[in-house]
Design a protein around this ligand. Structure first.
Ligand code: FES
Length: 82
């Protein structure tokens, strides 16, 4: 089973979350929140506020979990808060 490793930029804390095959098409923003990771947003996924940005300028509201794993095979996500 693939995993996503969420790293807090400020704390350096890392959390590993397993990704069931059935979750690969979920939007990363909502999947992270579902798994207890706080992601800021003021446009509720419209792609305009940029508050949900992770590394490389990627927006969690504009990519699925599966796309993240294709772009970052190690499954790394850097967030502001963890
Ligand atoms: S939630 Fe606003 S740009 Fe992603």
């Amino acid at each position: 089973m693939p995993v996503i490793r969420v790293k807090g930029r400020a704390s350096g804390t890392t959390r590993t979350i397993e990704v069931p095959e059935s979750d690969l098409d979920e939007l990363l923003l909502f999947w992270l929140r579902k798994n207890g990771v706080t992601i800021a947003s003021s446009c509720d996924g419209e792609g305009v506020c940029k508050r949900c940005e992770i590394q490389n300028g990627w927006l969690t509201c504009q990519m699925t979990v599966g796309l993240l794993l294709r772009r970052s095979p190690a499954g790394e996500v850097e967030v502001s808060y963890l």
